[in-house]
Write a protein that binds this ligand. Sequence first.
Ligand SMILES: Nc1ncnc2c1ncn2[C@@H]1O[C@H](COP(=O)(O)OP(=O)(O)OP(=O)(O)O)[C@@H](O)[C@H]1O
Length: 479
Amino acid sequence: MSSRLPSAPPVLPGFTYSSILGSGGFADVFLYEQETPRRRVAVKVMLSGYADQAARDVFSAEADLMAQLSTHPAILTVHQSGVSADGRPYLVMEMCPSSVGDRYRRERLGVAEVLRIGIAIAGAVESAHRAGVLHRDIKPSNILQTAYGNPVLSDFGIAAVIGTVAPEQSVGLSVPWSAPEVVSGASQGDIASEVWSLGATVYSLLAGRSPFESSGSDNTPAELMTRISRAKLPPLDRSDVPERLEVVLRRAMSRRPDARQRSALEFARELQMVEAELGIAQTQPDIAVDEWAHAAVSDPVDRTRQTAIRQVDPGRRPRRSRPVPSEAASADDARTVVRESVGSPGRSTTGRRVAEPRRSRRSAVILSVAAATVVLAAAVTTVVLTAERDDGTIPVVNDIAATIEDDMAVFSWSSEDAVEGDNFVITSSDGRESIQRTTEYRMDGTPGDPVCVTVTVRRAGRLGEPSAEKCIDLPDGAG
Ligand SMILES: Nc1ncnc2c1ncn2[C@@H]1O[C@H](COP(=O)(O)OP(=O)(O)OP(=O)(O)O)[C@@H](O)[C@H]1O
């Protein structure tokens, strides 16, 4: 909650004001009762000091962007947007009774719950990436919990289109959860920095504090930035956190971006492995896996692009499982700060709003407008996210056979229960994912090592339960 007094709630036709829910740096969030349909909604209203034309544009761009993305079960639902009679833009959103950001410092969250949250949010981030959108402000306070207790990612206010953020542009920055290359200004954000923020967020939920904050030390943003740049992650001091989870988080928060998980999905998969090791039910991340997400091919080493989806032509026999990436595809202050351009690092050393928030925000707003405009142009036609729930009718593959042919592993299964239009999503042990219609999958790997897959039926845009993992050892000398 902000130290400033909240602004006056605007009069909105069709809505009755109830109470204040919270305040951010640029907006207040109020509880209103909507008349039709009758329901309680959260209304985020931009402060009048920021409500110029550019701000109005970005607010409505954020609304459009979130409306596109928010069919995802782990992204906050936006119902509508508008401009109040006193000229302030507002977003009408699903009302969320609690926030993970409020909870994690007050109560000790269980490992199972943190894993569930981490996997769900990683699924949301992966889906945004596949729509070509970076969130750029992943942190505990941007994870709300719905009335059903489900975590949802909110606040796409400073989202950007993957690969379009120019180095000289300003960027919102929540220091404690930002990657070293972002706090140093070397990067304006990419998939690797989002993986860091996911790791930092999960770490925070377990530790009850952000990763580089330590009690009894100087936790000013400048000091935090120095510690983040060294990236020496302190171990979590919890006996119920398995070593494997610490390894996953250390990897996500590796100093070198290319040492991190290659995608939010890979991060989610590693958290699932921890669930499996702990013997708790596996959480399934909801991922958009429609054709648009894997139509194009780009440079596999370009970390600003989405990787790991491979479209297999059913008419051709796949030879190798090499990935074909797609293109479309103060420390306790949780607030986003706005950093000026890379060339002015001195402006970035505050954990609260920078000294000239209005001007800085304006830069971010302009960036967001530009980004969101591009997003909207692309997203309207390309984002196809799943909205239906699995009613239990999607079959589960339970008969995977594995053989070796030409030194390669060949996995095959039956399609008895499949219907017209079903696809199979194959997740292999090297973290790759592919989607295909055929019932055979070939992969290579390191000679003598095992390779494993799980197969999941995808029906009408909805994923079923994954199969059990099937493994086979590659022969020595395979290549
Ligand atoms: N949909 C919602 N339902 C209930 N409460 C909400 C909702 N959205 C936001 N809030 C509350 O309002 C507060 C302010 O939200 P807002 O998104 O403006 O700021 P923030 O994310 O905390 O900070 P900043 O935007 O500066 O990073 C949140 O901390 C949360 O407690």
